[in-house]
Design a protein around this ligand. Sequence first.
Ligand SMILES: NC(=O)c1ccc[n+]([C@@H]2O[C@H](COP(=O)([O-])OP(=O)(O)OC[C@H]3O[C@@H](n4cnc5c(N)ncnc54)[C@H](O)[C@@H]3O)[C@@H](O)[C@H]2O)c1
Ligand SMILES: [Zn+2]
Length: 290
Amino acid sequence: MTRLEGAPTDAVVPALTGEAGVRALVELLRGRRVVGLVGAGCSTASGIPDYRGPTTRNKARNPIQYRTFVGDDAGRRRYWARAVVGWPRFRESRPNPAHRALAELEQTGVIAGLISQNVDRLHHAAGSRRVVELHGALHEVECLACRRVETRDSLQARLLRLNPGWDRLGVEQAPDGDAELPLALVERFVLAGCEGCGGVLKPRVVFFGESVPPEVTADAWSLLDEAEVLLVVGSSLTVFSGFRFVRKAAQRGIPVAVINLGPTRGDPLVQLRVDDRVEQILPALAAGLA
Ligand SMILES: NC(=O)c1ccc[n+]([C@@H]2O[C@H](COP(=O)([O-])OP(=O)(O)OC[C@H]3O[C@@H](n4cnc5c(N)ncnc54)[C@H](O)[C@@H]3O)[C@@H](O)[C@H]2O)c1
Ligand SMILES: [Zn+2]
């Protein structure tokens, strides 16, 4: 039976763990230019939950859709009410050893750059320089009418003036700077508009149902062009905007390695799977390549 080049096979390589995983990664990455494709699993050790991890998988939680946000005052109120509660902890998150190892690997010339699906800006905080924020970051908001940009901290202060005490509600933190809140509370939340024109403000992140801006996609593709190995770090690859880089690498015959707890959508396309914690594997990898 013939197979199209780069097409998925049913054969998934067995996953390695621990030192065996590190050794195999060192062997694959040594002397090759690496591009990282990072997901939410890189930040769980910083206290930011993922969407589809071992403990989150069965939680029925639907992140807001772009249509709900732009088309509907109630949806927007619900988003911002939760976001105001979640922001203080989210912005206080600090890089973990995985982020620091990725920054070190860039400094030592192993990593050319990162395509990150995360919106937490922790790669920058760790010292990574070339980072394509594929889905944006929560640190700025933009007016949908006049495109004026405001920092999230500035908007947070305005929202707290309109909704005193909201930052002190004791509720569980959910993924991407969000939090769970009872509906009755949400209905009382007062929204803030653009300071320039009163228009609707949206965080500069790509919501579900929205596409990645073309200039960001172009940056990510040109970074991928430099890759001799694609290293996936803590992503289930469920979201197509990330998965497509794995697919393209496989089509081009570029080896793909994955460090992730549990299976990913890319598994049939990858040469090496390490099923272990990124905050343990990456520092060991950086040491092994030093
Ligand atoms: N930190 C953030 O900015 C953040 C957090 C949640 C969601 N998101 C957004 O939601 C989308 C989610 O897709 P995704 O693929 O990035 O995440 P995902 O939640 O679909 O997958 C995360 C994967 O990481 C694994 N994982 C969790 N902790 C790990 C660890 N310590 N070491 C190794 N693996 C670990 C999980 O098992 C899971 O397979 C992204 O596009 C992103 O924009 C961002
Ligand atoms: Zn405006």
